[in-house]
Design a protein around this ligand. Structure first.
Ligand code: GRF
Length: 224
């Protein structure tokens, strides 16, 4: 299996990063997290990376004189690290256009709702779960998708549901959803490493070994 060098981009706590470290990083999966990038120097995810001996970098557009310099510095660090796959794990900044172009269908992100519900500009963090509760939906969930130029608009790779109970609060729903995020994000990365994800006409087909394979089966098999 070809080794896949991964860059994970974060802005905050980094529990999804931790799930990737625990389930993918140097675990005979073929995937290695070579770099963790944050736009926020105080992100706790940077500490998680350092605790696991993973190189970190803080890149924020305010550090640069122009958008072009920012974009060039960003591309440079990814290319120098030989990155094949980028994972956005709670990254609250825009990815420069040049990176979207170079890494087309090689940038994976996680969103804490069932896209296309409660997604797009303005839907981040607690606002997503508040939206679900206000609307009274009975199920919510998480979506792993490829990233393109439309916010939360790229091809969907995996979705998984959670029930929303009448008594759920933003906090309790966020907790339930985070649990499944920690399953399906590493699973999507594993499928990417195994070259089992094909994008056809903006939709994703997961290539399975047999008719009986399915995402839940792959989840159990991987212990995710
Ligand atoms: C997650 O809910 C993710 O879906 C969203 O941002 C949050 C990041 O959480 N994009 P963490 O930093 O991984 O704990």
């Amino acid at each position: 299996m070809k080794k896949i060098n991964i860059a994970v981009m974060i802005s905050g706590t980094g529990t999804n990063l931790q799930a990737l470290i625990d389930k993918i990083h140097n675990k005979d999966t073929g995937g290695s997290i070579e770099l963790v990038i944050s736009n926020n120097e105080n992100a706790y995810g940077l500490v998680r990376a350092q605790n696991s001996g993973i190189r970190t970098a803080v890149i924020n557009k305010n550090q640069y004189d122009s958008a072009l310099q920012y974009e060039e510095a960003f591309v440079d660090i990814l290319e120098k690290s030989g990155i094949n796959l980028i994972v956005l794990a709670g990254y609250l900044a825009f990815v420069p256009d040049k990176i979207l172009e170079i890494y087309k269908n090689r940038i994976i992100s996680i969103h804490p709702s069932l896209i296309p519900a409660f997604c797009g500009e303005g839907f981040y963090g607690e606002k997503v779960h508040q939206g679900a509760i206000n609307r009274g939906v009975k199920v919510s969930g998480a979506t792993v998708h490829f990233v393109n130029e439309v916010v939360d608009g790229g091809p969907i790779i995996i979705q998984k549901c959670v029930n929303v109970d009448f008594d759920d609060t933003v906090e309790s729903l966020q907790k339930k959803v985070l649990e499944i995020e920690h399953e399906i994000l590493p699973l999507a990365v594993k499928l990417f490493i195994e070259d089992k994800i094909k994008v056809i006409d903006n939709r994703v087909k997961i290539l399975c070994h047999s008719e009986t394979d399915n995402i839940d089966g792959a989840c159990e098999e991987s212990g995710f």
